[in-house]
Design a protein around this ligand. Sequence first.
Ligand SMILES: CC(C)(COP(=O)(O)OP(=O)(O)OC[C@H]1O[C@@H](n2cnc3c(N)ncnc32)[C@H](O)[C@@H]1OP(=O)(O)O)[C@@H](O)C(=O)NCCC(=O)NCCS
Length: 171
Amino acid sequence: MSGAVEIRDATDDDVAAITAVYNHVIDESDAIWIDDPLPEADRRAWLARQRAAGMPTLVAEVDGTVVGYSACFAFRDKPGYWPTVEHTILLGPGARGRGIGQRLLDALVDRAVALGKQVMVAGCDGGNEGAIRFHERNGFRRVAEMPAVGRKRGHPVDLVLLQRELDGPSR
Ligand SMILES: CC(C)(COP(=O)(O)OP(=O)(O)OC[C@H]1O[C@@H](n2cnc3c(N)ncnc32)[C@H](O)[C@@H]1OP(=O)(O)O)[C@@H](O)C(=O)NCCC(=O)NCCS
């Protein structure tokens, strides 16, 4: 993988690649608290919901291949949470450590600001130290740690919440 990175809106043609990245992360780590891979239909329906809600889903494409994606969505469903979005960023294994996560985050922040959002929240598995550091380097501060609020393949997992004010410093 050596070419230029293009960040663009996801389309239905990207669902297979999005599903492959998602299922890889489900399989290899505790980053997503789902035990087994999901079918493409699940991610297709999710992408349609993102679109219907007016929420951005971005993909990173290198040499014609989608290697990762980012998305933001409502943090919680009560109307009073309107200033806040939660987000996700997932890269396939060969795409990490090359600044692509940064590009996906920066573009997503631009979209969230354009939507009038003021706060972005990352919910990380407590053991995902690399992702926590990635967010801290990008202006997110750790605001909550919730021990054993989830299970992954039967074992307890901790949630670390980080937030960034979108009008504040990015790094
Ligand atoms: C977290 C993630 C989005 C960061 O994007 P990135 O472009 O790799 O960002 P960085 O280069 O700053 O690397 C972030 C961390 O990922 C890990 N990482 C970097 N390159 C890696 C590689 N080639 N293989 C495995 N992990 C790697 C490191 O722990 C690194 O942190 P460190 O440099 O402080 O040690 C990306 O690594 C990823 O998709 N990881 C798997 C899914 C995930 O955990 N998503 C976040 C859920 S909250």
